[in-house]
Ligand binder design. Structure first.
Ligand SMILES: Cc1cc2nc3c(=O)[nH]c(=O)nc-3n(C[C@H](O)[C@H](O)[C@H](O)COP(=O)(O)OP(=O)(O)OC[C@H]3O[C@@H](n4cnc5c(N)ncnc54)[C@H](O)[C@@H]3O)c2cc1C
Ligand SMILES: *[C@@H]1O[C@H](CO)[C@@H](O)[C@H](O)[C@H]1NC(C)=O
Ligand SMILES: *[C@@H]1O[C@H](CO)[C@@H](O)[C@H](O)[C@H]1NC(C)=O
Ligand SMILES: *[C@@H]1O[C@H](CO)[C@@H](O)[C@H](O)[C@H]1NC(C)=O
Ligand SMILES: *[C@@H]1O[C@H](CO)[C@@H](O)[C@H](O)[C@H]1NC(C)=O
Ligand SMILES: *[C@@H]1O[C@H](CO)[C@@H](O)[C@H](O)[C@H]1NC(C)=O
Length: 445
């Protein structure tokens, strides 16, 4: 098994960290101590560690996706296996140095291996979904994974993971049959339905609160037709629609009268379909997610907001200002199919009801516009929430992978799931290392 997580060590510049963290002053390391820890790691691990003075530092630091998430780490670790991850975690925890965990890198190691005997593919979390599909294409196989090739395996899986195949097979996390995890105390464990079962459940939505994933084992799914309701027809597009997986499925009938912005017809592989949609080149992004039971009145109200709300004009006036509303129809079957993959389910508390995961996304160019953009998108989001709430159609669950850092995603899983997650946290991270030293990501309070 190979690993590929990028550990961005000591990401936080001390002052902002002090301002935003839950740590007491006593645990905030001085810049000098962070640098010394990076030197210690460099001596221990050599090329695995990159210091700011090294030539590849900028490239590693500035990798995807939104510049709003870029930091200035004192060093960056690119572990090649779980043992590297263990060593890095040990040193950081010993020295109380804060760190961030990142996937979506591109190590040269073979991190995607398919085993025909078990029908499982082993994926290093540092790879991106495009790499996974490229390896599986010649085998005529695919997995329940991301819809945009650049996205990393780690974050998407830990946040749930919405796929074009989710109506058939549940979320990406429902299809993981084993996780390799480096715990806060440096142990490496395999979490499966039979071993560390509580951790296995918690990782299906628990993001980076429990450990670091060097590798994920995932069940493969062939893209197959099912009778009855047309679960093969999936539409998760930005306002426009597509005829992706089948020739004119009846499920898309309401859209055929609409003049599409972009239109590509034909039967194609999922990989080909996904390659049609590029992520664009706008550098700064922010987004918010809202879940609701869809009604035509809600969509009408959202259309009005998206065209007439004053925040829209504010966002459009920004350099590169781009506002996207993404409508993601989630059938009741996403929850039901997920349960079929493993009866234990996941931590998300998904209700088996037809629902829409609506995402508001803003893109723009300049860091000088951060505050204006963030305030405007937050205010637009509040308008959408108000529409949904007053219509009595709110769904509690918030989709982490489209959620703003300010949204209470883990609380949205429901009180019972939060209690269970805390119980798992007490067992696997009793000293709350991942809460105290990893300030990024949705935190389990
Ligand atoms: C263009 C685009 C398209 C997208 N399409 C989809 C989609 O189709 N379906 C979907 O579900 N989501 C989608 N997303 C959302 C995406 O899944 C989330 O943004 C996700 O957090 C990205 O994961 P990453 O590994 O690439 O990012 P990262 O920034 O590397 O990680 C995100 C979070 O996961 C944690 N994390 C990452 N790796 C590990 C690890 N190995 N161990 C522990 N914690 C880890 C990080 O600490 C961080 O909190 C899309 C996003 C973009 C920008
Ligand atoms: C940290 O110390 C500063 C100055 O000494 C103080 O103002 C601040 O309240 C302290 N913060 C915490 C979290 O203790
Ligand atoms: C993400 O990073 C990869 C590799 O550095 C690059 O090829 C790709 O264009 C980047 N994508 C975006 C959206 O910036
Ligand atoms: C994949 O499918 C194509 C077209 O049906 C076929 O020609 C090819 O032999 C298949 N490859 C494998 C490895 O099954
Ligand atoms: C979908 O395909 C059908 C049949 O080719 C076509 O009539 C329709 O316009 C297409 N709709 C969209 C939105 O592309
Ligand atoms: C979900 O919507 C479909 C129609 O698309 C309907 O047949 C089904 O009964 C609905 N399921 C639930 C649980 O409401």
């Amino acid at each position: 098994m190979v690993a590929a997580s990028h550990l961005v060590a000591a990401c936080m510049i001390p002052a902002p960290f002090a301002a935003t963290s839950t740590c007491s002053n006593a645990t905030i390391p001085t810049d000098r101590r962070i640098k010394a820890t990076c030197q210690q790691l460099k001596t221990l691990l050599g090329g695995v560690i990159t210091l700011p003075s090294e030539s590849q530092y900028d490239t590693l630091r500035d990798e995807n996706w939104s510049h709003t998430a870029w930091k200035n780490p004192r060093c960056i670790a690119v572990p090649t296996d779980a043992a590297d991850v263990q060593r890095v975690v040990d040193v950081l925890v010993d020295n109380h140095v804060p760190f961030a965990i990142r996937s979506g890198g591109h190590s040269a190691n073979p991190q995607i291996e398919y085993d025909p005997a078990t029908k499982l593919v082993t994926i290093g979390t540092g790879v991106r979904w495009g790499d996974v599909y490229t390896v599986l294409d010649p085998l005529n196989l695919t997995v329940v994974g991301g819809r945009v090739m650049d996205v990393g395996v780690g974050g998407l899986m830990l946040g749930g993971g919405l796929s074009y195949l989710s109506d058939l097979y549940g979320l990406a996390c429902d299809n993981a049959v084993s996780y390799e995890v480096v715990l806060a105390d440096g142990r490496v464990v395999q979490a499966t339905a039979t071993s560390h079962r509580d951790l296995f459940w918690a990782l299906k939505g628990g993001i980076n609160n429990f450990g670091i994933l060097p590798a994920v084992l995932q069940a493969y799914n062939a893209y197959q037709a099912l009778p009855n309701k047309d679960l093969d027809a999936n539409m998760h597009l930005n306002i426009a629609s597509t005829n992706g997986s089948k020739h004119a499925p009846a499920a898309f009938a309401p859209f055929y009268a609409i003049e599409p912005v972009q239109q590509v017809l034909g039967v194609m592989s999922l990989h080909e379909l996904m390659s049609l949609f590029s992520t664009g080149s706008i550098p700064r992004w922010s987004w918010y997610a809202t879940s609701f039971r869809p009604t035509s009145a809600i969509f009408a109200a959202i259309s009005t907001i998206m065209t007439t709300a004053p925040e829209v004009a504010i966002l459009q006036a920004l350099t590169g200002g781009t506002l996207v509303g993404t409508v993601q129809p989630i059938t009741a079957n996403v929850a039901i199919a997920g349960r079929k993959r493993w009866a234990g389910g996941n931590a998300l508390g998904l209700e088996p009801v037809n629902q829409t995961w609506f995402a508001l996304t803003v893109g723009y160019w300049s860091a000088a516009d951060d505050a204006v953009a963030e305030a405007a998108i937050a205010s637009l989001h509040a308008r959408v929430e108000e529409v949904v709430r007053s219509a009595g159609q709110a769904v509690c669950y918030i989709f982490m992978n489209d959620a703003n850092a300010a949204q209470p995603v883990i609380a949205s899983y429901g009180a019972e799931n939060v209690l269970r997650l805390r119980a798992v946290q007490r067992v696997y991270d009793p000293r709350l290392v991942f809460r105290r030293l990893v300030p990024g990501g949705q935190k389990l309070g």
